[in-house]
Design a protein around this ligand. Structure first.
Ligand code: NAD
Length: 492
């Protein structure tokens, strides 16, 4: 029988049972104070679930359990952990339709994107499952002789994974996959706006064989108080956070007290550069993806589209034609390209950024308004003549507003692109390989996409520099974020 802290959501393909409780020590349960908070569908503002609102005691108990089982989980064989993750990969593909539907309901993203996110999450889990049994240590002679240098990987310990609402499954999957593969126990905390995808993911990992206590989930409407208490405990050995730079720096300060290992995937202000020799139609198609995916609520979104003057008219025409084709609507409806923003705050922020830019001389050349009625919809918008000093250019827009800037030369475009404290991703469109490589080397960002609008790949190190973060997810180093490299000196 289904326990009381589950709910059932209806989808066209059937009923979906979704846990809504806390997951501590291998069991779903209500918050100890019985509190809950509501989760809303941003497309119509209806409440779709009430989720357990963990007390401080619940959170600390989750950490205690994770600490208790750390040694047992951390000393399982890499093959054992790999097999569990491989089963989780299979289950993600089996449950793709259910998870995608629930993600689209709670977050608003189009179903096709939600399915893509489940696939990418599965791919990350698969990557870590393949990687962990293949990790190597080292064995070498000390240069001056007399002893041997042995190095090996060990799990860093109980890990606190804090995730944002814009990619409610994949941000958790790429952290939990690496942490569990490395042998760390996990305490995962999703964003209060979109917790249900993580609930389903946690149940799935449990079904795949992650043992009791190795994986714990807490949901809370009061992230700051709870995180502060958890971060003050020396038993917590790792924090991995994806979210805003403001919260990331708070967590880094808290982590400093115990010299806790930290990985930070923070905000971005991605430049999308179109050089004079680029194919304007291809560049426009890429810019539409890099800008309007997830209604622009993407850390790696094209925040500033910087186009060399000679190609600007052709690019603008092709881009406007692309934008005119975008269908706005609830993410769960067929054929929708742009869903609602996640909530009213997000829509107000976007509206305000646009109004400020218009006050400073920007011109709206497409869209420009929030849609009336229920749901947090905002029309796909294109803006010209905004100042590179306006908040629209210096802040993360996190909404469906594309702002096009013109540059006199490739040098000027790159200089403008680097003029930000952020450094997550940059995009460059050009047909000239020399210009492409030179630009990629000069751009101050952790990742660069050349002639492509999407860069994330499980086999590649995802991460930013400057105010966009510390550390990598995926690639060969992603798993090492959850490990210590132990050095053993042996006299022989
Ligand atoms: P946010 O920083 O407000 O929240 C992220 C998470 O932190 C949520 O789970 C939230 O509950 C929690 N949180 C909030 N305040 C906290 C505190 N004081 N202590 C501990 N936890 C706290 O970010 P958001 O609005 O959910 O997400 C959008 C941001 O995430 C954007 O800046 C975006 O660029 C960034 N992001 C970055 C990446 C990346 O890989 N670099 C990926 C996705 C999103």
């Amino acid at each position: 029988m289904k326990p009381s802290n589950w709910t059932t959501l209806s989808a066209p393909h059937g009923q979906i049972d979704v846990p809504t409780g806390l997951f501590i020590g291998g069991e779903w349960r209500s918050a100890s104070n019985s509190n809950t908070f509501d989760v809303q569908n941003p497309a119509d503002e209806t409440v779709i679930a009430a989720v357990a609102d963990a007390s401080l005691e619940d959170a600390l108990e989750a950490l205690e359990v994770a600490t208790r089982v750390q040694n047992e989980w951390g000393t399982t064989t890499t093959r054992h952990r790999s097999n569990i993750l491989r089963r989780a990969y299979d289950l993600l593909l089996e449950r793709k339709e259910d998870i995608a539907w629930v993600m689209s309901l709670e977050m608003g993203k189009p179903l096709a994107e939600a399915r893509g996110e489940v696939q990418v999450s599965a791919d990350y889990i698969q990557w870590y499952s393949e990687q962990v049994p293949q990790q190597r240590g080292g064995y070498s002679d000390a240069p001056n002789g007399g002893y041997k240098i042995i190095t090996t990987h060990q799990p860093v310990g109980p890990s606190y994974l804090v995730t944002p609402w814009n990619f409610p499954l994949s941000m958790g999957a790429r952290k939990a996959g690496a942490a569990l593969a490395a042998g760390c126990t996990v305490l995962i905390k999703p964003a209060a706006l979109t917790p249900l995808s993580t609930h389903m993911f946690v149940q799935l990992l449990h079904d795949a064989g992650v043992p009791q206590g190795a994986l714990n989930l807490i949901t809370t409407s009061s992230a700051s108080g709870q995180s502060k208490a958890l971060m003050s405990r020396p038993t917590l050995r790792k924090v991995s956070f994806t979210g805003s730079t403001a919260v990331g720096t708070t967590l880094l300060k808290q982590a400093a007290d115990h010299v806790m290992t930290s990985s930070m995937e923070l905000g971005g202000n991605g430049p999308f550069i179109v050089l004079s020799d680029a194919d304007p139609v291809e560049a426009a198609a890429g810019a539409a993806v890099a800008k309007f995916r997830n209604a622009g609520q993407v850390c790696v979104a094209a925040n500033r589209i910087i186009v060399e003057k000679s190609v600007a008219p052709a690019f603008r025409e092709a881009f406007l034609a692309k934008v005119a084709q975008l269908k706005v609507g609830p993410g769960t409806e067929d054929g929708v390209d742009v869903g609602p923003l996640v909530d009213g705050n997000q829509r107000n922020n976007v509206q305000k950024l646009l109004e400020d830019a218009i006050d400073q001389g920007a011109v709206v050349i497409a869209g420009g308004e929030a849609a009336p009625g229920a749901g947090y919809f905002f029309a796909p918008t294109v803006v010209a003549n905004a100042s590179l000093d306006s908040a629209l250019a210096t802040k993360e827009i996190f909404g469906p507003i594309a702002s096009i800037y013109e540059a006199e030369s490739d040098d000027q475009a790159i200089e403008a692109a680097n003029n930000t404290p952020f450094g997550l991703v940059s995009y460059v469109y050009t047909r000239d390989i020399t210009k492409a490589i030179q630009a990629a080397e000069r751009l101050e960002s952790g990742m660069v996409g050349i002639n492509r609008p999407v860069v994330a790949d499980p086999a590649a190190p995802f991460g930013g520099i400057k105010a966009s973060g510390l550390g990598k997810e995926g690639g060969h180093s992603g798993i090492e974020e959850y490990q210590i490299e132990k050095y053993i000196a042996v006299t022989v």
